[in-house]
Design a protein around this ligand. Structure first.
Ligand code: SAM
Length: 285
């Protein structure tokens, strides 16, 4: 079995195939031996199914394979597939799929690979797809228990901020609609090869059994959240008016009907405020 956090071992594996890191695919591989076992343990996949996005050369995949019953891992870079066949050859409970996690049908993959099961997602995410992949995982109605991911520290702080606080944004409200968020632990930039310019953090999203927004209101809710944070410097009324294309006086009426001040900004709204606002906006749109 390879020691996949040993820099010399990694270099030797990559050199065999003349592999060059792709910056555009967010290829920063973990070399800190403590991070992957901890992620594999804390993601809650013990004895169950785990879905990984972006295995790289398989450092986290191997740790997941030790605790989970089965691991399915989706890697976009076809150059890594033969390397993964080699580095993970000791595990018979791992399946690698060469596909784009943003484009593939995750629901179908999970139904086929983990029939009738609720699974855990665990990944050291390529940073350029953090928000779109999280939103895809959350919005696709997948049978998930939790999502444990390494993201840039700044993104972790934004995602895990309290809804209604200065640090919050559209992603905070959107993620908190589907999950309880937790910051698990920090990972310094020196834990990766090559080393990125920023530090990272592992977060866990524990999926809620029931969403606070009714399905028929979801479209307006997310449109309102996106519009509200679209122009952060503007007041809520101005952002909603330009983002949703509804006249300002109508928006002002909806905002005051929710008991909110017309000069309020999006970051001051709680989840309940957004839910009330959705109902008012639906009535005037
Ligand atoms: N898991 C490995 C680790 O921790 O060392 C590698 C993590 S690296 C930050 C991100 C990985 O995601 C790379 O292997 C990259 O090729 C892959 N990747 C990038 N974009 C992807 C996409 N859209 N779908 C699936 N994998 C992707």
């Amino acid at each position: 079995m390879y020691n996949l956090t040993d820099v010399n071992v990694i270099k030797a594996i990559l050199a065999k195939d003349n592999f060059r890191f792709s910056k555009s695919l967010g290829q920063n591989f973990l070399i800190d031996p403590e991070v992957c076992p901890r992620m594999a343990y804390e993601c809650g996949a013990e004895g169950g199914g785990a879905l990984e996005i972006g295995p790289g050369i398989g450092v986290l995949t191997a740790e997941l394979a030790k605790v989970a019953e089965k691991v399915v891992s989706i890697e976009l870079d076809s150059r890594l597939i033969p390397l993964l066949d080699d580095t993970l050859r000791d595990f018979d409970n791992v399946k690698i799929i060469n596909d784009d996690a943003l484009k593939c049908d995750l629901k179908k993959i999970i139904e086929q690979e983990f029939p009738g099961e609720k699974i855990c997602v665990c990944a050291n995410l390529p940073y350029y797809i953090t928000t779109p992949i999280l939103m895809k995982l959350l919005e696709s109605g997948l049978p998930l228990k939790s999502i444990t991911v390494m993201v840039q520290k700044e993104a972790a702080q934004r995602i895990c901020a309290k809804v209604g606080s200065r640090d919050g944004g559209a992603v905070t409200v959107a993620v908190n609609c589907y999950a309880e968020t937790e910051m698990l632990f920090d990972v310094p930039r020196s834990s990766f090869m090559p080393s990125p310019k920023v530090d990272s953090c592992v977060i866990r999203l524990n999926i809620k059994d029931k969403k606070p927004v009714e399905s028929e209101n979801e479209e307006m809710f997310f449109a309102a959240v996106k519009a509200a944070f679209g122009q952060r410097r503007k007041t809520l009324v101005n952002s909603l008016s330009s983002g949703l294309g509804i006249p300002k006086d109508k928006i002002a009426g909806a905002v005051t009907a929710c008991g909110l001040d017309c000069n309020i900004r999006a970051e001051a709204l709680t989840m309940e405020d957004f839910i009330n606002l959705t109902a008012e906006l639906k009535a005037i749109s």
